[in-house]
Design a protein around this ligand. Structure first.
Ligand SMILES: C[S@@+](CC[C@H](N)C(=O)[O-])C[C@H]1O[C@@H](n2cnc3c(N)ncnc32)[C@H](O)[C@@H]1O
Length: 346
């Protein structure tokens, strides 16, 4: 018991417990249908700290038991302690999801929860191995996160939202000498929608990309990068705007100094030397330049998110592939139940 307290905090264990409680509330009928009934032999592969294992063991009692396997000794120590505390029969052993060393063909139910998402490229090997563990007619039960669940339209997380932000920003690059504030409204509205939609998507994607115990770190990273964006954005786009103004004021004796003065509100003083319509034009051109660069970078970021995000390798796709291929590898009569959950329930 003392070992696991050092390795996993009470808060982390509590988090696993509450997720397991939610899972049981949602899926208990499926677990029973899959074979979690008194007397059952159940393997919980990738059990972590055993929050699910203990619940399955309670359903297998009397007469049944759970074999909890994980590659992480700290998680297994917690699983063992939780089982002792609750009086449930849970055997723990270290092993890999594609090489558990459990006896083949002996389990009524093999459960694998939130493990495929962490094993990109090994999904088929894992499912193949799990299929060898169940008895004829037994069940392999896969549950994992759906990395795309928080998307608009099912593509990469935050891709559409970033496109909206970029297009709204480009839509503000319409300032001319005589422009007034209403010309910015349309672009601001589009950008605002994009930013509002992007926030939960980005947070959801970050949380779905890490194990539950690292959720706080992922959320902190999102906030840190957002603050960095504000700080760098003001510096970079302020420089772009000033450079654009200097370019427009190239006829002035010192275009750079004039642009800096204009950017910090010195138009009245400058108007003694430079005609005010030139100052208006320079200010509008500078802001337009900043909007164009910001919008262009936004488009580039959206494309990078689309290309680089794990959309094609997510857990949902992994499960789908595993499901499609399972029929070729599992023994006759073996059933697979797949429950793909939204990322925010992970
Ligand atoms: C997100 S936790 C899920 C724990 C538990 N199944 C649950 O739903 O509460 C993932 C667990 O899978 C284990 N794991 C991931 N890949 C594994 C592998 N290839 N072999 C064995 N364990 C693995 C990790 O050590 C971790 O304990």
């Amino acid at each position: 018991m003392s070992d696991y307290v050092l390795a996993l905090s009470d808060q982390e264990i509590e988090r696993y417990q509450s997720m397991a409680q939610g899972a049981e509330a949602r899926e208990r009928a499926l677990w029973v249908a899959a074979g979690a009934v008194p007397g059952a032999r159940i393997a919980d592969v990738g059990s972590g700290p055993g929050a699910i294992s203990v619940r399955l063991a309670a359903m297998a009692a009397p007469g049944g038991a759970v074999w909890a396997v994980d590659r992480d000794a700290d998680g297994l120590a917690v699983a063992s302690a939780l089982a002792d505390r609750s009086g449930m029969l849970v055997h723990t052993s270290m092993g890999f999801a594609d090489a558990t060393e459990l006896p083949a063909g002996t389990f009524d139910l093999v459960m694998l929860r939130h493990v495929l998402a962490h094993n990109g490229g090994r999904e088929q090997a894992i499912v193949d191995h799990l299929a060898t563990l169940v008895r004829p007619g037994g069940v392999v039960y896969l549950a994992d996160v759906d990395m795309d669940a928080t998307d608009l339209g099912g593509s990469s997380p935050a891709y559409e939202e970033m496109m909206l932000i970029a297009c709204g920003t480009l839509g503000q690059a319409v300032l001319a000498t005589g422009s007034s504030w209403p010309v910015l409204i349309a672009g601001l509205v589009v950008t605002g929608f994009g930013a509002g939609l992007a926030n939960p998507s980005v947070a959801g994607a970050a949380l779905a990309a890490v194990p539950p115990v690292n959720a706080g770190m992922a959320s902190g990273a999102v906030n840190t990068f957002r603050q960095l964006g504000y700080a760098f954005g003001v510096a970079v786009f302020g420089t772009v705007a000033t450079t654009g103004m200097a370019h427009s004021l190239s006829a002035a004796p010192d275009p750079r100094a004039a642009a800096h003065a204009l950017a910090v509100g010195g138009a009245d003083a400058l108007s003694r030397f430079i005609p005010s319509h030139e100052l208006h034009a320079a200010f509008a051109n500078g802001l337009d330049a900043a909007y164009v660069v910001a919008g262009g970078l936004g488009l580039l970021a959206a494309v990078l998110v689309f290309v680089l995000s794990p959309r094609g390798h997510g857990a949902a796709q992994a499960s789908e592939r595993a499901k499609a291929q399972f029929g070729h590898t599992a023994g006759a009569g073996t059933l697979i139940i797949e429950e793909v959950l939204p990322a925010n329930t992970h």
